[in-house]
Design a protein around this ligand. Structure first.
Ligand code: ZN
Ligand code: ZN
Length: 361
């Protein structure tokens, strides 16, 4: 059912762009278009038919999962050769440029591949940015599962515990609560290490007075969650409270700016305005947020917009995004606060219910 609608939207675009076929091999897109959850496949969509290629390992799984396309099991020649055979002399074949290697391009398009293949970017990702009610429900359940383990994690935040021990607890609790594992490697960054926005959990022990940045998420029913909280081990210093308050103010301002029709960079700008006021803007070194769904980072991106050749993305009802401003002071530490937000007709619905006042543990 979903498959039919999603393929119809792709075919509509293919007609507009006068494509004879479209080849997709990005796994999240395959899952979105056909339901296939395996690790290797290629979907060839034409005006009247669609063919899905995978290898022998997925014979049974493809039969059970794939909707909207005829399943073919390829032999040793591989997915591209099988699809190339079907393509015959078809010209103007849309391909996903970010996911297609040169080797795959020539296997798919033959000697004339440069003339036959039309590089595209983000066609299916754009569709994916606007979630259906079923997808929203899955994302909400993923976010709730991850928020649900938070009280148990707090017990782990004690002086002497290592960042790694906390990360291990996150992974364990997410699995135990029914998740399909972490949607990315958990970030646990204490003290000065908090100034590295993407620090890996290390052997470093938590110390009294540290701020600890915890950023983690779970896979559930195919969808990812993503949330960050920053807590203090023992009492937070005056400076830590000040920075925390500024980041929280920026995060709330960005959430308040979320509604359909607003350009994504305007939401980013709302966070930046607050951090500028607190003279912390130059320590905010990433963008304000990103879409989340079948991938942990997807459209729309909420950052500063510097391209002149394209308009920025505009928020739409059904987007699910993160809002995650942060401040990273070298040698001192960092604060980031991240929620998942569903863009609704009325504005924003926060999907991550975990409280945001500064906890001193
Ligand atoms: Zn995150
Ligand atoms: Zn994020």
């Amino acid at each position: 059912m979903e498959s039919t609608k999603r393929l119809a939207a792709l075919r509509e675009r293919m007609r507009r762009e006068k494509l004879g076929a479209f080849a997709s091999l990005h796994l999240p897109n395959l899952r979105y278009l056909t339901g296939f959850t395996g690790s290797a496949g290629l979907l060839l969509v034409q005006a009247e038919e669609a063919h899905f290629y995978t290898d022998g390992r997925y014979r049974e799984q493809a039969r059970l999962e794939v909707r909207g396309a005829q399943v073919h099991i390829t032999g040793n020649a591989g997915l591209y050769a099988a699809a190339a055979h079907r393509l015959g002399r078809v010209r103007r074949i849309g391909v996903e440029a970010p996911n297609l290697t040169l080797a795959a391009a020539s296997a798919l398009g033959g000697k004339e591949w440069k003339n036959r293949l039309l590089p595209t970017t983000g066609w299916i990702e754009q569709q994916r940015a606007r979630k259906t009610p079923d997808e929203i429900a899955r994302l909400r359940r993923a976010a709730q599962l991850a928020s649900g383990i938070w009280p148990r994690l707090l017990k782990e935040i004690q002086p002497g515990k290592s960042e790694r021990a906390v990360a291990a607890r996150i992974e364990f609790e997410l699995r135990r609560a029914g998740g399909d594992g972490c949607s990315f490697e958990p970030i646990v960054a204490a003290g000065a290490r908090g100034a590295l926005p993407h620090a890996r959990a290390s052997a470093q022990a938590l110390r009294r007075g540290d701020l600890v940045v915890l950023d983690y998420g779970v896979w559930r029913e195919g969808y990812a969650s993503d949330m960050t909280r920053t807590v203090a081990v023992g009492r937070a210093s005056a400076r830590a409270r000040e920075v925390y308050r500024a980041v929280l103010e920026a995060q709330l301002a960005a959430i308040a700016a979320v509604r359909p029709g607003v350009p994504a960079p305007a939401v980013d700008a709302a966070a930046r305005r607050v951090l500028r006021k607190h003279k912390l803007l130059r320590y905010f070194v990433h963008s304000t947020g990103h879409g989340v769904g079948l991938e942990i980072h997807e459209n729309p991106r909420l950052g500063q917009w510097t391209r002149r050749d394209q308009p920025p993305p505009v928020l739409e009802t059904g987007n699910v995004i993160t809002i995650e401003p942060g401040v990273y002071l070298p040698g001192w530490g960092g604060v980031r606060i991240e929620d998942m937000v569903h863009v609704t007709d009325g504005g924003a619905e926060i999907l991550t219910p975990t409280p945001k006042e500064l906890l001193e543990l």
